[in-house]
Design a binder for this molecule. Sequence first.
Ligand code: F6P
Length: 331
Amino acid sequence: MEDMIDWMHGGGQVGIFDATNSTRKRRYMLMKMAEGNCKIIFLETICNDRNIIERNVRLKIQQSPDYADQPDYEAGLQDFLERLTNYEKVYEPVQEGSYIKMIDMVKGEGGQLQVNNISGYLPGRIVFFLVNSHLAPRPILLTRHGESLHNVRGRVGGDTVLSEDGELYSKKLANFIEKRLKNEKTATIWTSTLQRTILTATPIVGFPKIQWRALDEINSGVCDGMTYEEIKKIMPEEYESRKKDKLRYRYPRGESYLDVIQRLEPVIIELERQRAPVVVISHQAVLRALYSYFADRPLREVPDMEMPLHTIIEIQMGVTGVEEKRYKLMD
Ligand code: F6P
């Protein structure tokens, strides 16, 4: 808790203090520590579904580092059930301060959300995020569009069609998705509103497609359609400023990486909410930002991250965190 308070003083905005704060006394202690330092919101999740509890206990024993040294499953189970009984003895439901209670919301249907003494922008966003997020395993497939004519010429932005290689990729991608998602009842294909992503999705059949403006490539403003060489020659100050701070640099009449990250918030919430697979066909800068969110990469790495063409990054979201696989469909 002291580490967290230090971090808040250093400019942190939201921290998660994960511990067994299941007694009133303990929570009052935390509130006392937070006084004048930060705001506390308690988050209590209550689950009354026997099956889900059993599944969680099983996963805990199989996957948690707490039980890494316990090869005997039954012994682990016994230990964990004892832990639960001990917690139950001292447990006092959260009734003080600001809190969010999520009751039987794991399944994504029914359930109840209690919100007490919460106000302000950030706390409101936290409630919104929690309502939409879950741990049901499902894959998210990220890919850039197939190579475009502007890619061939080294020009940024624009709205050109695919090159021959780009078209070939769109077919390979459709094949891949058909095989990869054939056992999935539902899945959706998300593209930007630019034709290079829409054309990349065209050969994919059997899944609904959604166009998001928020998935459009970074707006390169007055530099749209130019090569990096031309920008360097015609607008050397712009070129240098971008080189110095690519994350914050905003193209005149265009966007910065920080702008892109901000406009992706609704896309991220929607991806968190989905329980079925989603294929996102978008652009280099946008995918750098999206990927960094899911792979938990620091902000400063976003603008220079490798995001090759003709490659699918599969992110598997689930209880154990995020796993990643890459498929390169063309040489
Ligand atoms: O070159 C392809 C592209 O998607 C451009 O349209 C876009 O401006 C650029 O990549 C983003 O990458 P960077 O931020 O490295 O210039």
